[in-house]
Write a protein that binds this ligand. Structure first.
Ligand SMILES: Cc1ncc(COP(=O)(O)O)c(C=O)c1O
Length: 408
């Protein structure tokens, strides 16, 4: 018998950290010591915030802060237990109702994060005999959700390519002809991001829905970057394409445009009830805290009241994209406020980010494995809270650094 100590068996893990350090690839997390505003204090330095998902500036909004504080004063902070036991707060119920109304769906179930919402949605629905068809550029949480479901037939279609999706559906139908061991029909689940977070392009949802109807497939869209951004008052991608009632499962993230934390699953009443009965992260993990939930209720209220923030976000995004183009930067083919400044080489993207930071702009590089090798970029994220002066400052620093590094 081998006589390994626990420490010996972890040597490979420790070595991988040393290797990252030696190769200069060890991620260093910068420290933010200010509210999430247009300008931040990062590592003790005042910098323009150009890389947050806080699309509408709600993360530090006064009304949202007050809502959280009032709720803490009334209910405390924690919920004490999983929702299935004693932790089902009246605020959780109110938020689910408010989100369902906002998204124009029958029902919503909260999750502890967008990542968890994806895990729940796929893992609870599918078993190993079902079939999943996923866009090749779907988010990591969808990839992990598929792994967790243990589904054996996984078909990957070319990014946003309906012909490729149709080919996979034809393949899937052949697998579906053989029933499950218990004699029931296998599910074919098509999953796509709504807005692709690294490029800012939209999924061709009407085409996906049509194909799903033709082949009897179930549809799921992860609207993490669409909520609060596209559709009327930021109702999301289903609203943007006017496909209400035609997408079976909508995943939302409450940590980006809504400014707080959490995720949600939206769909018809029966499906959401199924998730509430069966989902393991719902049954065995405590729900959102009181201040998070109260803050989110206020975010939904703000969005429902007026399109002003969403309009401002788009105005800023258009101004920024136009500015980058005029300077000669390649900003890819984004259809949303996500503004990828394409660089290609990883080291060059890192140098640009460092140069920008030294000159007062916080814009992190996006590198492999977040994007394919050779497709490094700086993903600039405008917010509704940026002023024209903020955007001009950012563009000016990009121009200076871009010229210095020979990018433009
Ligand atoms: C497309 C997509 N889905 C899900 C998530 C996870 O959301 P959360 O941060 O709320 O867990 C993200 C966040 O990066 C995302 O971009």
């Amino acid at each position: 018998m081998l006589n390994l100590t626990m420490k010996d068996s972890l040597n490979k893990i420790y070595q991988s950290v040393d290797d990252l350090e030696t190769s200069g690839s060890l991620k260093k997390y910068r420290i933010v010591s200010s509210p999430q505003d247009s300008w931040l204090i990062v590592d003790g330095k005042k910098v323009l915030n150009f890389c947050s998902n806080n699309y509408l500036g709600l993360a530090s909004n006064k009304r949202i802060r007050s809502a959280a504080i009032d709720a803490i004063n009334k209910y405390g902070v924690g919920t004490g237990a999983v929702r299935a036991l004693s932790g089902n707060s009246i605020l959780h119920e109110e938020l689910e109702t408010a989100l369902a109304k906002f998204k124009k769906v029958e029902a919503v179930m909260l999750a502890q994060s967008g990542f968890v919402a994806n895990l729940i949605a796929v893992q609870t629905l599918l078993d190993k005999e079902d079939i999943v068809i996923s866009d090749e550029l779907n988010h990591a949480s969808i990839i992990d959700a598929i792994k967790l479901s243990q589904v054996q037939t996984k078909l990957i279609y070319l990014h946003n390519n309906l012909a490729s999706l149709e080919e996979k559906l034809v393949e899937a139908q052949k697998f579906q002809e053989v029933k499950r061991a218990d004699g029931t029909d296998k599910i074919i689940l098509i999953i796509t991001d709504g807005v692709f977070s690294m490029d800012g392009d939209l999924a061709p949802l009407p085409g996906i829905v049509n194909l799903a109807k033709k082949f009897g497939a179930v549809t799921m869209v992860d609207d993490a970057h669409g909520e609060g951004v596209v559709g009327e008052n930021g109702r999301g991608i289903v609203d943007h394409f006017n496909l209400h009632g035609q997408v079976d499962i909508e995943i939302g993230t409450l940590s980006k445009a809504l400014g707080v934390l959490g995720g949600c699953i939206a769909g018809n009443k029966k499906l959401i009830e199924y998730y509430k009965q069966k989902a393991r992260p719902f049954s065995f993990s405590t729900g959102l805290s009181i201040p998070d939930t109260a803050a989110l209720l206020e975010s939904v209220k703000i969005l429902s009241e007026s399109p002003a923030l969403v309009d401002n976000l788009w105005k800023n995004a258009d101004y920024l994209k136009d500015g980058f183009k005029k300077l000669g930067f390649d900003t890819g083919h984004s259809e949303t406020p996500i503004t990828p400044v394409m660089i290609g080489d990883e080291n060059l993207a890192k140098s640009l980010s460092q140069e920008l930071f030294e000159n007062g702009v916080f814009a992190t590089p996006i590198l492999f494995p977040m994007v394919a090798k050779g497709k490094a970029r700086i993903r600039v994220m405008p917010s509704a809270a940026h002023t024209k002066e903020d955007l001009d400052f950012g563009l000016k620093q990009f121009a200076i650094a871009g010229k210095k590094l020979g990018i433009i």
